[in-house]
Write a protein that binds this ligand. Structure first.
Ligand SMILES: NC(=O)c1ccc[n+]([C@@H]2O[C@H](COP(=O)([O-])OP(=O)(O)OC[C@H]3O[C@@H](n4cnc5c(N)ncnc54)[C@H](OP(=O)(O)O)[C@@H]3O)[C@@H](O)[C@H]2O)c1
Length: 256
């Protein structure tokens, strides 16, 4: 007898932040192609349109152009979106910012800025989407894009590591707190994946730096599909018993 696969997203509604670029964009495209209706959130409407052009033709979608740190605006926009595409079965929170800064340049205002985007926005989003008005009665799967930098260190990455480590730590408490609402909360921690973010980073700015970072990944650098596939697993019913965990997708970076 053949099994029916639980590894699909048919008719689920998924909100993807950071859907205008890199990992978030590919996640949105692949969720739609796996059968989901999608809400695309980012700041740049024209880049979100570019993502929308690559979705599966018969799936519903809506674009929300908003800055996630405009905390008061986000709820209203998501409410409008949910009325169009349906209540949420899942969230991929991919929006984030990165920096490489030596300690002498780590000032409180810099920390605030990175925490607001990478941590406060994640918590605020989770607080919003777990209200009954937004949440599917079946519950939901929430995924935070963390990073291997939330688990291990690298020179100049203290601010970024602090924010990404906070997501790994916070997701465990959120998983416990939200289990009674049938909401699962997990992190995915990628190694270096080729995206606009990594292409602007110090570690890819010259051939020598690129070769060094590549050598640190036994399976080579990742691509956006590698992360989208992991997200689809965590969103799907195949992961119904997975919560409070950190799925490391890093080509072996942290195995050493
Ligand atoms: N690429 C990697 O190697 C790597 C490795 C580990 C972890 N990650 C994590 O994976 C996630 C995605 O990274 P990526 O490489 O895909 O980055 P990216 O290509 O730079 O995309 C970042 C996305 O975040 C959105 N964003 C940033 N600040 C925002 C804000 N205040 N409000 C709303 N949207 C905001 C951007 O939207 P707009 O452009 O429309 O403003 C963009 O869509 C990030 O959380 C990153 O830390 C990436």
């Amino acid at each position: 007898m053949l099994l029916t696969t639980p590894f699909h997203l048919t008719n689920k509604t998924i909100l993807i932040t950071g859907a205008s670029s890199g990992i978030g964009r590919q996640c949105a495209i692949n969720c739609s192609r796996m059968g989901a209706h999608v809400i695309l959130l980012g700041r740049r409407p024209e880049a979100l349109e570019e993502t929308a052009n690559q979705l599966a033709g018969d799936r519903k979608f809506i674009i929300i152009a908003v800055d996630l740190t405009d905390y008061d605006e986000v709820g209203g926009k998501i409410k409008e979106a949910v009325q169009v595409v349906g209540k949420l079965d899942g969230v991929i929170h991919s929006a984030g910012i990165s920096t490489t800064l030596p300690l002498r340049m780590v000032k409180p205002e810099k920390l605030d800025h990175y925490f607001q985007t990478n941590v406060t926005a994640a918590i605020e989003l989770t607080r919003l989407v777990t209200k009954p008005v937004f949440l599917s009665t079946e519950g939901a799967s929430i995924i935070f894009l963390s990073s291997v930098m939330g688990m291990v260190g690298e020179t100049g990455k203290s601010i970024y590591s602090l924010t990404k480590g906070a997501l790994i730590a916070g997701s465990k408490s959120l998983a416990l707190e939200l289990a009674r609402k049938k909401v699962r909360v997990n992190c995915i921690s990628p190694g270096v994946v080729e995206t606009p973010m990594s292409n602007q980073a110090v570690y890819t700015q010259n051939e020598q730096a690129r070769q060094r970072i590549q050598a640190l990944h036994p399976l080579g650098l990742g691509n956006v599909e590698d992360i989208a596939n992991a997200c689809i697993f965590l969103l799907s019913d195949a992961a119904r018993w997975v919560t409070g965990t950190n799925l490391v997708v890093d080509g072996g970076y942290t195995a050493q």
